[in-house]
Design a protein around this ligand. Structure first.
Ligand SMILES: C[S@@+](CC[C@H](N)C(=O)[O-])C[C@H]1O[C@@H](n2cnc3c(N)ncnc32)[C@H](O)[C@@H]1O
Length: 140
């Protein structure tokens, strides 16, 4: 298995574990799960500027069920993290997004501002052993 295949496999295992623990429905809670169905945005936000991201996220917020959440899978830039093995590739992604789209990669502070402006009262950022992070923004 080459390095890229190993990385993809590791990413899938992490995501499947994450999904399984968070979302796997059982007979008992299947009905309840409908109220929590998440909206998934992977590699979407970094294509867009502040105005469009706010519009997309505000619309997601309005469309979510009462206890729903948006799951964003995207890069989180951390300028202070010198030991980050992904820092070069994260910065390259940032430049590509700036050059080829109206978007950018975002720091924790920029994610905070975006989610707050889009009405989400709370959110959590999960770091996984991958280039991307998982950001969960909760309606309630
Ligand atoms: C970087 S890709 C990510 C695709 C996928 N989420 C993934 O993780 O592989 C961005 C996606 O947004 C889609 N897209 C761009 N503008 C859109 C729009 N206005 N409405 C819906 N989808 C759009 C593109 O077609 C593309 O599939």
């Amino acid at each position: 298995m080459c390095r890229v295949q190993k990385l993809v496999a590791a990413k899938l295992v992490v995501l499947v574990r994450y999904e399984a623990s968070s979302w796997l429905p059982t007979d008992k809670n299947l009905e309840q799960m409908r109220d929590f169905l998440p909206t998934l945005l992977q590699w979407i936000m970094h294509d867009w500027d502040e105005e469009h991201c706010t519009k997309i996220l505000s619309n997601c917020y309005r469309a979510l069920p009462e206890k729903g959440k948006v799951i964003i899978i995207d890069i989180v830039l951390d300028p202070s993290e010198e030991a980050d093995p992904y820092s070069n590739i994260k910065n390259s992604f940032d430049l590509v997004m700036i050059a080829h789209t109206n978007g950018m990669e975002r720091t924790r502070e920029e994610w905070h501002n975006l989610l707050t402006k889009s009405d989400f009262p709370s959110y959590k950022i999960f770091q996984i052993p991958n280039l991307q992070f998982i950001i969960e923004a909760y309606k309630a």
